[in-house]
Design a protein. Structure first.
Length: 209
């Protein structure tokens, strides 16, 4: 899979969905809220990967009103919507590719929801290493995302993507939990837990540095 090609197709797809994104994702608000529910202690600095219009930041700012957020998304029209939210003065937005943007350092938390299931195992190894390196000691990475049950399902979706990518660019390729845990451990995370959420095909993964 050409990562740059796929990133561009995702950018085009979500730019076109800007006006209906919030309505479509309203049913995910409980899922998104679980990220904030699992942030503990003093949270001053957060990196949000795939922030979109900032829906997952609504509960975050309710719990941590003074938090400073860096929000990265490849879709400029989504970030334009985020900039209209009342908490946007505390958000630095970056429109760019996760694999090219410098994340910075010393975050208390890196969060993501419904964004990282577009990447293959080899890509996630690079991305999760960047996430690990961006966290301060005892920082936490919380990802709430699509998951499949087996490696077989994983591989079937990848095959579907290759077969259909020129017809349907938005084909999800989530990994199974064994793959996710193996990648997280390989980049340095040792304290990892998972939690069920309200969406049947989603899982919350909490990895502490």
């Amino acid at each position: 899979m050409d990562l740059e090609e796929r990133n561009q197709s995702m950018r085009d797809f979500f730019n076109a969905k800007k006006d209906e994104y919030d309505e479509t994702h309203a049913s995910f608000m409980l899922t998104k809220k679980t990220i904030t529910d699992n942030l503990e202690g003093q949270i001053n600095k957060v990196l949000d990967l795939g922030a979109g219009t900032g829906l997952e930041l609504i509960p975050l700012f309710e719990k941590f009103p003074e938090v400073k957020v860096t929000a990265i998304d490849i879709t400029e029209k989504m970030l334009e919507e985020l900039s209209k939210r009342e908490f946007s003065k505390n958000v630095t937005t970056i429109c760019g590719d996760f694999f090219k943007v410098d994340f910075g350092r010393h975050y208390d938390a890196v969060i993501s929801t419904s964004a990282l299931h577009h990447f293959l195992e080899v890509d996630k190894e690079r991305l999760y290493q960047k996430i690990y390196d961006s966290l301060k000691l005892n920082g936490v990475f919380i990802n709430c995302d699509k998951i499949v049950k087996t490696r077989k399902e994983e591989q079937e979706l990848i095959k579907e993507y290759y077969h259909e990518k020129n017809k349907r660019p938005h084909i999800d390729t989530p990994l199974c939990i064994d793959s996710e845990l193996a990648i997280l451990k390989s980049v340095g995370f040792t304290d990892i837990e998972t939690k069920e959420v309200d969406k049947e095909n989603y899982l919350l993964i909490i990895a502490r540095k």
